[in-house]
Design a protein around this ligand. Sequence first.
Ligand code: NDP
Ligand code: 2IT
Length: 448
Amino acid sequence: MNFKNVYLADLMEKVKKRNPGEPEFHQAVEEVLESLEPVIEKHPEYIEKGVIDSIVEPERIIKFRVPWVDDNGKVQVNRGFRIQFNSAIGPYKGGLRFHPSVYEGIIKFLGFEQIFKNSLTGLPIGGGKGGSDFDPKGKSDMEVMRFCQSFMTELSKHIGADTDVPAGDIGVGGREIGYLFGQYKRLRNEYTGVLTGKGIPFGGSLARTEATGFGLCYFTDAMLKDNGSSFAGKTVVISGSGNVAIYANQKATELGAKVVAMSDSNGYIYDKNGVDLACVKQLKEVERKRIKEYVVTHPEAEYHEGCSGIWGVKCDIALPCATQNEIDEASAEKLVKNGCKVVAEGANMPSTPEAIHVFQKNGLLFAPAKAANAGGVATSALEMSQNSMRLSWSFEEVDAKLHDIMVNIYHNAAAAAEEYGMKGNLVAGANIAGFLKVANAMLAQGVV
Ligand code: NDP
Ligand code: 2IT
């Protein structure tokens, strides 16, 4: 730990003691508190008035049993979570993750990060996150439906269009949101924008599916432009092959780059001709198959077992879009050694602190998740606006707003970094810019 400020050092110790066995949450808090040191120097009132102590403690943690019946008639029991972290600037907002690795610490780190990310969008949304240790992989549609209905039966007591608005994340896409929405509507007998990422016929926003991946590229493009560069002619590696990875590939390619590698949790593909995205979409979005099937129809491409090997593929730009801590120090060093100049995070917290240190020490352009992947939740907030107005905007309208939001986030994060004497450090800039708006709202609202 590198705290100069004793109060922050003590608070970090307290967070660790209060949240034992939750290393991802400790990691997320430590990074933010470190970034806030210069802010605290200028504004001791954030400590004196209890803002910093409050912001690291969720407003509410909901934890529940999710029983459901599988196709063999056997009862299965999973665990569900919703952490309502901070509502200073709007209703809690953030995705639901269904993955076997989910436990309270994962949801807490994601909910904490969401506070600052949502603030950066400039839209009125607080921070929250939820999920379950349910694994949708290998389950039938009817099993997924029964699970979603059981999950929502409990969750419906705690959410609402003006209270808490969940959306997708790992393992939760359009299919799951549809089942969750149907059950909420049935239980509550109301038709509201209680979830985002809905299907277009029932209140979804055009461009929400594309938003996180497109937004990541809009942010990266703004960062490249500010440094006299662009995507044109660049070689790109993208980890993951889910929602974020697929649309990051599409936009990077549209902006003139060549994406040569993608992955899933089993391994990665390398296609020197550029990954055929239509094939990846068919495999992942339609057939729900593994990425290794790509080489069946593309014999010129290579498949390698093990997902971390992807960071050994030579590239100019790396876009980690799979999961937390997928780039460790050794992978970061490989990227640097192979000439990578830009890393922009589509996933949440995909780089370990050691990896970020390697990128910064070697002068790479580094776009942190909170800023770079905020396009998904920003477009969710645009879906909420459309639902409230009972109107829907065209794809082009939403996409144009998303583009402006991402360019603004880049400039706000860059300006905050410069103002606090850390020019070019977008990690600090994003944390500070995201924090200030929430902190000032908390100050104004008193001790609540
Ligand atoms: P998806 O479920 O659509 O895809 C996830 C992808 O990441 C899959 O290719 C999956 O492989 C891979 N993956 C998941 N867990 C692991 C793991 N433990 N190790 C290796 N690979 C893994 O999720 P999304 O694309 O929606 O989410 C990807 C990341 O982006 C997450 O960090 C999420 O929090 C973040 N994010 C998502 C947003 C959104 O709008 N969806 C918005 C902002 C951030 P496999 O199929 O083998 O599991
Ligand atoms: O991490 C994220 O920002 C998301 N999974 C999207 C959340 C949302 O509410 O759209």
